[in-house]
Design a protein around this ligand. Structure first.
Ligand code: NAD
Length: 294
């Protein structure tokens, strides 16, 4: 389906995503509280709307890419449900807590709309390149309708299950990533203290059982493994503040269902310490400098 999409939240991620919808033939109506974000969306071919209501009225689908659950709940409850056309498909691509995702989806159903939670893996560069991975929670029918819209913004669109499971997949994945990055950083830091050359340790561990994505795709040591934010003084990439946000969402969800997540909790505490050192905007692989006492 190529049609009209209302896009709410055109920040670092949403800006690139909306531009890819335009490139793929969708008519995009953009709304953001930031005039700068809106102006950029306009330059990228979107029509600028004055309010959420104006953006969604008459659109075939609504995509939201907002900071957190409270923004998502407010935008849908206060504006989208009352102004969207009957039959419009609602897609929330923000990373938010599972409980809010399920609550908003239920409210959408009660208001007569099909909705999916479709958070993404991949950062600002993947949003701009149209190479995000979407993990999608919602009914089979809603997923089938969401697929062509999400495919215009990403390289992989995976149905995770019913409402809320997209968010569940996202936070479980990122909790795993946080824990493996911390473990990879501490192993490299300790290897150095034991007199082991970091490149040699990489050559051994990358083909042994300690291997992980954190090591071989995103090595936290400069000059070792493929190019990564470590080679750029830990600038760009995935910010400590965003990893911390996802780890907090994971702890919250774990508490709600009584899951034991000691490694996730440890990673959360460590990323909180890194953020408290003023490193919230650094790439999350900067953990190695902290663990190495730098
Ligand atoms: P951002 O802060 O750059 O963008 C959010 C945008 O939402 C802003 O432009 C803001 O003005 C707008 N906004 C806030 N409240 C609004 C409202 N009520 N109505 C309209 N617009 C509103 O954030 P981002 O980096 O684009 O992230 C968006 C979401 O994507 C977050 O949930 C984040 O966790 C998730 N995410 C981010 C990354 C990343 O690398 N940045 C990666 C994966 C997922």
């Amino acid at each position: 389906m190529v049609g009209t999409v209302a896009f709410i939240g055109l920040g670092n991620m949403g800006g690139g995503m909306a531009a890819n919808l335009v490139k793929n033939g969708f008519a995009v109506r953009a709304f953001d509280l930031s005039q700068a974000a809106l102006a950029k969306a306009g330059e990228n071919g979107a029509t600028i709307a004055a309010t959420v209501e104006d953006a969604v009225a008459g659109a075939d689908a609504v995509v939201t890419m907002l900071p957190a659950g409270k923004h998502v709940e407010a935008v849908y409850n206060d504006a989208v449900f009352g102004a969207a056309s009957a039959g419009a498909l609602l897609l929330d691509c923000s990373t938010i807590d599972v409980a809010t995702a399920r609550r908003v989806s239920e409210a959408a159903g009660a208001a007569g709309f099909a909705m999916v939670d479709a958070p993404v893996s991949g950062g600002i560069a993947a949003a701009a390149a149209g190479s995000l991975t979407f993990m999608v929670g919602g009914s089979d029918e809603a997923f089938a309708r969401a697929q062509p819209i999400l495919s215009a913004m990403g390289k992989a669109v995976i149905h995770a299950g019913p409402a809320g499971t997209g968010q569940a997949a996202k936070i479980c994945n990122n909790m795993l990533l946080g824990a493996t990055m911390v473990a990879t950083c501490e192993a490299f830091a300790m290897a150095g203290k034991l007199g082991l050359d970091p490149q040699t340790f990489y050559d051994i561990s990358s083909v042994s059982s300690g291997q992980s994505w954190s090591m071989t795709s995103y090595c936290p040591l400069p000059g070792v493994g493929p190019q990564s934010p470590a080679d750029n003084d830990y600038q760009g990439g995935f910010a400590v503040a965003l990893m911390l946000k996802d780890l907090k969402l994971a702890s919250e969800a774990a508490a709600q269902v009584g899951a034991s997540v000691p490694m996730g909790n440890a990673a959360e505490a460590l990323y909180q310490m890194l953020a408290n050192r003023g490193e919230g905007q650094r790439d999350f692989s900067a953990m190695i400098r902290f663990l190495d006492g730098q």
